[in-house]
Write a protein of this length. Structure first.
Length: 143
């Protein structure tokens, strides 16, 4: 298997697992943190999360673009584009929806924002899952 595709599989499926954990466990629990601790927890969450997701997102973004430009042998045109588009949705949602909500929560706790975080994160969960399907489809075509 092509090294770029192998890196894409590792980074993408790491993010797929992580986003499902965040959706089902982590974000719902953030809403149950005592009010007096919410600002500190929100700030700590933002700081620590970057160490985990930053490198994975970077590898994902680079490999998604490379797979569109230079497809491995046997991989059709569609799946790299589906993967890149799905990742684009996930990253756009992160930048323009989830990060602003996290920033507001880090300044002032709000039950509405906590619920909004869980609800809007479904966009990322579905998008990253679709990116995972696209990468898996590329692997099946490449082998």
């Amino acid at each position: 298997m092509d090294i770029v595709l192998a890196l894409a599989v590792a980074a993408t499926w790491s993010m797929v697992g992580l986003i499902w954990f965040v959706q089902i466990v982590h974000y719902p629990l953030l809403g149950s943190v005592p009010f007096s601790s919410q600002v500190a927890i929100a700030n700590r969450h933002q700081h620590l999360t970057g160490f985990v997701v930053g490198p994975l997102m970077a590898v994902e973004a680079i490999t998604a673009v490379v797979l569109v430009i230079d497809r491995p042998d046997g991989v059709g045109v569609a799946w790299p584009w589906v993967g890149l588009a799905a990742l684009g949705v996930a990253l756009a949602s992160t930048a323009f929806v989830q990060v602003p909500i996290h920033q507001r929560l880090a300044r002032r706790p709000d039950v509405g924002d906590s619920a909004r975080l869980v609800r809007t994160n479904w966009v990322r969960t579905v998008a990253w899952s679709l990116h995972g399907v696209a990468v898996a489809a590329m692997v099946t075509q490449a082998i």
